[in-house]
Write a protein that binds this ligand. Structure first.
Ligand SMILES: Nc1ncnc2c1ncn2[C@@H]1O[C@H](COP(=O)(O)OP(=O)(O)OP(=O)(O)O)[C@@H](O)[C@H]1O
Ligand SMILES: [Mg+2]
Length: 460
């Protein structure tokens, strides 16, 4: 419902229209002429309804005044005009009026036009505010942030991007390591050259060598064509080694050699090839621990860790949550969708162990499954896992097996730890057979293999 400035010198029309608007729940500021009306603009009305022909300051002048004086936040103006003055109504539209109503108008017509104006302009105002805010807070790589820690990190990214030194990006899962790595490329002098990502955790170890270093024709069974390999594809640009801790130990000296000599030796080839690329790596693991435990070569670690960017967990930068939430709402098609204060307060309280990715997924669920254009706490409870909407099978193991899924602990719970435990037990139950375990867990085998590698349980 809106605050409506109603300007007309006809007293009875003012009374009737005021009554209709008030009955529909609007607040009305009545004015008997343009001069009075313009004075009432300080009350910040959401909408102006003005007659055109009036003795002291006519409707066109009022319109001009509104358009010029309150520019960015100007309320929409609907002009009221008698038959015979339609030409003036059209001029008013050209001057920036939202719409016009021909007198005499019916109640329904009045309320419909008023609602349209309030709705359309409300949305426009909100979206343009949001768009402006997002633009201010976004770097070229679509990174949304407004916290101090992220501003500092982005500052480091800017500085780091200019150099050719290797960058190591660390942070918990879902914090935005891939986005930051991309930003390192986008903001670098190599921005218009290729950015080649390689997920070291997703490529089977035996294929990794040719995937990275390339191979010559006939280098091994099945190599019917030569392949450049990702490193050479990144020539002049940036190579992004994601989940670098998963790079097989056996290939680590070979990568080190490339970094030191700027030359690649394709599998089965007998000639080294010059390459010029910038390396950015990311991992959610602590590489120092990996080194200490013999899973990562120390010399390579030092070579990768020249410049280090650490992304703080989302729970350490609560100020980012609101803006990210609004960004994702728009991203997921929720134009005109609003989130109420109680929901926003709850978002601040959550632990976000899955970080930005978890926030993004929950937002998508809420926006897609919404019942109205206002998202509230009830929607969050209804659509997040805490709602108890688990399958009977899950319910059964959680009750009998003692996994902490019943009432969730107040102070948080690591989904990753839970997943590890479930995978461990399922694997044990299936006698270590990965295909059976994947079937039992209802996930594709390669997903299971990836997780086993990722959690470091695959090697046992
Ligand atoms: N600051 C941000 N602004 C907008 N979107 C973000 C931001 N941070 C993360 N995201 C989004 O969250 C998701 C997870 O980000 P990303 O893949 O970069 O995380 P990650 O740290 O690489 O996670 P993982 O360790 O699991 O690979 C992506 O969809 C990404 O677009
Ligand atoms: Mg990632």
């Amino acid at each position: 419902m809106g605050k409506i400035l109603l300007i007309d010198d006809d007293t009875s029309l003012r009374e009737v229209v005021s009554y209709m608007l008030q009955e529909a729940g609007h607040e009305v500021l009545p004015a008997a002429n343009g001069q009075q009306g313009v004075e009432l603009l300080v009350e910040n009305p959401d909408l102006v309804l003005t007659d055109i022909q009036m003795p002291v300051m006519n409707g066109m002048e009022v319109l001009q005044h509104v358009v010029e004086s309150t520019s960015d936040n100007a309320p929409p103006v609907i002009v009221l005009t008698a038959h015979g003055t339609v030409k003036q109504a059209v001029e008013a539209m050209q001057l920036g009026a939202f719409s016009y109503l021909l007198k005499p108008f019916a109640r329904a017509e009045l309320l419909l036009t008023v609602d349209q104006a309030l709705h359309t302009c409300g949305l426009e105002k909100d979206n343009s505010r949001l768009r402006r805010l997002l633009k201010e807070k976004t770097t070229g790589s679509g990174l949304i942030h407004q916290s101090k820690v992220m501003a500092e990190l982005m500052d480091q990214v800017q500085r780091v991007a200019g150099s050719d030194a290797t960058v190591l990006v660390t942070g918990e899962s879902g914090t935005g390591k891939e986005l930051i790595s991309r930003a390192c490329h986008d903001l670098s002098p190599r921005f218009d050259q290729p950015f080649i990502p390689v997920n070291c955790g997703a490529i089977p170890p035996d294929l990794m060598e040719s995937e990275l270093f390339g191979h010559s024709k006939g280098a091994f069974t099945g190599a019917s064509d030569a392949s450049l390999g990702k490193i050479r594809q990144a020539h002049l640009g940036t190579l992004f080694l994601d989940e670098v801790a998963e790079l097989p130990l056996s290939l680590q000296p070979k990568l080190l050699r490339v970094l030191e000599t700027h030359q690649v030796d394709p599998v089965g080839g007998n000639q080294s090839v010059d390459v010029d690329f910038r390396l950015v790596c990311a991992t959610h693991r602590n590489l120092e621990t990996e080194v200490a435990e013999g899973r990562f070569r120390e010399d390579l670690f030092y070579r990768l860790n020249v410049l280090h960017l650490h992304i703080p967990a989302l729970r350490q930068r609560g100020e980012d949550i609101n803006l990210l939430w609004d960004h994702f709402t728009l991203l997921h098609g929720g134009v005109g969708v609003y989130s109420d204060d109680a929901l926003r307060a709850e978002l601040q309280k959550q632990n976000w162990r899955g970080n930005v990715r978890e926030l993004k997924n929950i937002n998508q669920r809420l926006v897609l499954m919404r019942r109205s254009d206002t998202l509230d706490l009830a929607d969050l409870r209804r659509l997040t896992p805490q709602s108890g909407a688990v399958s009977p099978a899950v319910q059964a193991i959680t009750n009998e097996g003692g996994l902490p899924l019943g009432p969730l602990p107040e102070d948080g719970l690591s989904l990753i730890e839970m997943e590890k435990e479930i995978i461990r037990r399922a694997l044990e139950m299936c006698g270590g057979n990965r295909s059976k375990t994947a079937q039992f867990l209802d996930i594709p085998r390669h997903v299971l293999v990836y997780r086993l590698e990722k959690y470091g349980t695959g090697k046992t």
